[in-house]
Design a protein around this ligand. Structure first.
Ligand code: 6PG
Length: 246
């Protein structure tokens, strides 16, 4: 099941998104006493994260029963301005009463990205109490879309697109050779709820290709998001939606 909502700006995206996230958390905690959430990085989610830390949501969300992970991370220290953890911590995680032990960032201080990815897999196995070969099922995973059609840090024509036997892997951005650590498509596709946040006219062509174009997943990796169950909501800011016909 998938739903697309066109929003006028990031403010509307943040309000609709925060209500959607709060409902998912409330339902998961009611049904299973916990909610496992993987955050995305970049810029688009910031306003929504800030909204979740606003009074309206702070009092509504059972923070002590939420567990926070990252769908991907840049290979920079956690206090670096490019860090997805830093963005999420500054806008949300440090400003709400989540028990510190419930926040699982990708430990990017280690020098070797493949080791960081392997270490994050051990974290997933431990926190989700996984049997060997079992995949974590997130209650909610945030995802963004890059202007090149990537999602998480699964870039066009990159090696990570073929990684299906791992939960997390290291990946290089083809143009810059910068390292990233990312969850893989098998984990993304296990999630019960996906929330895509897409904004900016620079995303319009990639979004048209992803949602309405021919199958071309190597060039537009977000086409490899094929959720096995559950629901995905796309919150698309109007300039990013400009080329969509449906
Ligand atoms: C990252 C993200 C990445 C992001 C897209 C969109 O580490 O950058 O996880 O997948 O969601 O690149 O980024 P913007 O929201 O900044 O446009």
């Amino acid at each position: 099941m998938s739903e697309r909502t066109i929003v006028s700006d990031l403010d509307e995206m943040s309000l609709r998104g925060a209500n959607h996230v709060a409902e998912i958390i409330e339902r998961a905690v009611k049904e299973r006493k916990k909610c496992m959430i993987a955050l995305s990085g970049g810029n688009t989610p910031r306003k929504l994260y800030e909204r979740l830390a606003s009074e309206e949501f702070v009092s509504r969300i059972p923070w002590e029963s939420t567990y926070w992970f990252f769908g991907d991370e840049r290979h920079v220290p956690p206090d670096h301005d490019d860090s997805n953890y830093k963005m999420a911590s500054d806008s949300l995680l440090s400003n709400v009463p989540i028990p510190p032990g419930n926040i699982h960032r990708i430990m990017t201080e280690k020098p070797d990205p493949p080791t960081i990815a392997a270490s994050y897999e051990l974290t997933l196995m431990k926190v989700f109490n996984l049997a060997p070969g079992e995949l974590p099922v997130f209650d909610l995973m945030f995802l963004g879309i890059g202007a090149d059609g990537h999602t998480a840090s699964l870039f066009p024509h990159s090696e990570a697109l073929q990684v299906t036997a791992r939960m997390a892997t290291a990946n290089k951005i083809p143009e810059t050779e910068n390292w990233r650590i990312t969850m893989t498509f098998p984990v993304i596709n296990e999630a019960k709820q996906l929330l895509f946040l897409v904004a900016g006219e620079d995303k319009a062509e990639a979004l048209r290709q992803i949602l309405e174009g021919p199958s071309n997943p190597k060039a537009f990796p977000a086409q490899l998001v094929r959720q096995k169950r559950g629901f995905q909501l796309w919150l698309i800011e109007k300039s990013a939606a400009a080329l969509l016909t449906q």
